[in-house]
Design a binder for this molecule. Structure first.
Ligand code: ZN
Length: 172
């Protein structure tokens, strides 16, 4: 397992669309294991492959609290089959947008079809935090970030700060 480098906005890779995984092999599993470790170490509750520079539809999620046993969810080729009309507003953050949080309104529930770690097709109906997390990560596979849902003013302000932080990191 390797701890992978998490790309930060603005990075053009984060804006690209990911392609479907055609075969789940050892390499895919190795990537998923490393993504999970990287997410735990960050720490975060969700990570999509484009965030580590791999343009494939692969997501890892674990919503278990610190004192609970780990409960990783591996998602390959996600397809959101249904979204509820009922909406929900939650504060979101992102490992690619460190230090910034904002409220985002999304459908409260969704139904997801995907392949699991072993390539088995699964379907889950998600609510609340899991639903938000799934939608946030699926967005990553389409090159969409949570700041895209904010006002232009707020989004520009966050990007400006991220650019500044990146420059400071480079000079140090
Ligand atoms: Zn994110």
């Amino acid at each position: 397992m390797t701890i992978l480098n998490i790309l930060k906005e603005p990075d053009p890779i984060l804006r690209k669309k990911s392609s479907e995984v055609e075969t789940i092999n050892q390499e895919t599993k190795k990537l998923m294991d490393s993504m999970l470790e990287t997410m735990y170490q960050a720490p975060g509750i969700g990570l999509a492959a484009p965030q580590v520079g791999v343009l494939k539809k692969i997501i890892v999620i674990d919503l278990a609290k610190e004192d609970e046993p780990k409960k990783p969810l591996f998602i390959i080729n996600p397809k959101i089959l249904w979204k509820s009309e009922e909406l929900n507003t939650r504060e979101e953050g992102c490992l690619s947008i460190p230090g910034h949080y904002a409220e985002v309104t999304r459908p409260k529930k969704c139904k997801l079809q995907f392949l699991d770690y072993n390539g088995k097709q699964k379907e889950i109906e998600a609510d609340d935090l899991l639903s938000t997390c799934i939608q946030h990560e699926v967005d990553h596979c389409d090159g969409i970030l949570f700041i895209d849902y904010l006002s232009k003013l707020k989004k520009d302000m966050i990007i400006k700060k991220l650019v500044k932080a990146k420059k400071e990191e480079e000079t140090n």
